[in-house]
Design a protein around this ligand. Structure first.
Ligand SMILES: [Zn+2]
Length: 148
């Protein structure tokens, strides 16, 4: 095996093979502790997920090294929908961020709009119930008298 091949493979610590739902929290923790405030992982099917934690904004960038075309375009859309759901990015601002021959989407959300209970989901649009500090999920649990 050539050294060139070895260099092209992602280091083991940069791959993510655990459930997607735990990825964002892990990357947020790691990004908060690093100087550029970015942390990233490569997923088994080749997508790269990066998180940037700024003082007032959270960013999640999802990228693939090659831009999808034709039938792959639909697969990419489905993949983004999965990331949106599993990484709790519903309601975040979304913009394309193409890079080289690849494709990337950056999701961003102001830190002040993140639920103070779960620290993950965006505040409910109609969440005045709890001082506008809860996401729909946590507001519902509080309404039912349970801790979120
Ligand atoms: Zn919440």
């Amino acid at each position: 095996m050539s050294t060139r091949h070895a260099a092209a493979s992602p280091a083991p610590s940069r791959t993510w093979e655990r459930p997607l739902s735990g990825l964002r929290a892990e990357l947020e923790r790691e990004a908060a502790d690093t100087a550029p405030r970015w942390a990233w992982r490569i997923l088994p099917r080749g997508a790269c997920v990066a998180v940037q934690v700024l003082d007032d904004t959270l960013k999640v960038r999802i990228a693939r090294p090659a831009a999808p075309a034709g039938a792959d375009l639909r697969r990419w859309e489905q993949e983004l929908a999965t990331f949106r759901r599993e990484l709790c990015l519903d309601g975040w601002e979304e913009e394309n961020d193409p890079e080289g021959r690849g494709v990337a989407v950056v999701f961003s959300c102001r830190a002040a709009l993140i639920c103070r209970y779960c620290r993950t989901r965006k505040l409910s649009e109609n969440g005045v119930l709890f001082g506008g500090e809860a996401c729909d999920h946590c507001a519902l649990h509080q309404q039912l008298g349970r801790t979120p």
